[in-house]
Design a protein around this ligand. Structure first.
Ligand code: DGL
Length: 281
């Protein structure tokens, strides 16, 4: 009997998961900084947004998605979603992975972002814009308290922003109203903020509007490059995972929604044609 497969599992793509289209902003930077690898993107668009959902549901949906990516050959999955990173990552890493397959990895995007915070601000005051779930979890504040205790971190939830993006309204005039309102509320909560972290992977799709409404001297920070550099560093330190990643420079897209809708929207967001396939979870 040939047991080679058990000893040397076949190399597979890096799984990239988000509730919907937002993770494409992370995928784009991963492909730019680490172009040699294959990627398998999964958007759970049929059940997005996750931002207002309970801990139990975000955890359940995220775990189902991670298992779907594992079943399609991924040894490493990036939760390219702050809400899932805040609400599901730790439980999956500590409770589920040891039973599913301890050799596989699931990584989030909040810790790598917080590791950079201190280098981004002069005033020491940072704002985090995110979904209700991410902000209520206080994950950014808790990580910052460990890594950079001198920073003042203020979170503000923007519950309308993900629905605007998921519904193709990111470029509409109507979106300006909500962007301006949430930014003013964040700045009123702490006027010393000089850097605003877009702590939701959907928000870079509103970047032009966000920059237009930020006060002078306040900059917006997106997570894509931070996550890509952090993954490059992780893979240098973990050759046992790196050697299981296939290197064909390809990207495949899966969605729980209709594939035609994802194909159209993702092509618009990425600025290049994308062909998606529907899956059931
Ligand atoms: N992109 C997800 C995040 O980063 C979106 C959340 C949602 O589905 O509400 O939080």
């Amino acid at each position: 009997m040939d047991n080679t497969h058990d000893i040397y599992p076949a190399a597979g793509p890096i799984g990239v998961f988000d509730s919907g289209y937002g993770g494409l902003t992370i995928l784009q930077e991963l492909r730019f900084h680490l172009p040699q690898y294959d990627y398998l993107y999964l958007g759970d668009n049929a059940r997005a947004p996750y931002g207002n959902r309970s801990f139990e549901l975000v955890y359940k949906f995220t775990l189902e998605s991670v298992k779907a990516l594992f079943a399609r050959g991924c040894h490493l999955v990036i939760l390219a979603c702050n809400t899932a990173s805040a609400k599901a990552l730790r439980t999956i890493q500590q409770n589920d992975l040891p039973n599913i397959d301890p050799s596989r990895r699931v990584l989030g995007i909040i810790r790598p972002t917080v590791e950079h915070l201190a280098t981004l601000t002069r005033s020491g005051h940072v704002g985090i814009l995110g979904t209700k779930g991410t902000v209520a979890s206080r994950s950014y504040e808790m990580e910052a308290a460990k890594l950079s205790p001198d920073l003042t971190v203020t979170g503000h939830a923007c519950p309308m922003w993900v629905p605007l993006v998921e519904n193709g309204e990111a470029w509409s005039d109507g979106a300006d109203y909500f962007v301006e309102k949430d930014i003013s509320q964040l700045m009123a909560a702490d006027p010393l903020i000089d850097r605003v972290i877009l702590g939701c992977t959907h928000y870079p799709l509103l970047l032009d509007k966000i920059c237009r409404h930020l006060p002078d001297g306040v900059g917006a920070v997106t997570q894509g490059t931070i996550v890509a550099e952090s993954l490059a560093d992780y893979l240098r330190r973990h050759p046992e995972i790196e050697c299981r990643l296939s290197k064909g420079a390809g990207a495949t897209f899966l969605t729980t929604e209709q594939s035609e809708k994802f194909t159209d929207m993702a092509s618009l967001f990425l600025g290049q044609p994308v062909k998606a396939r529907h899956i059931e979870l």
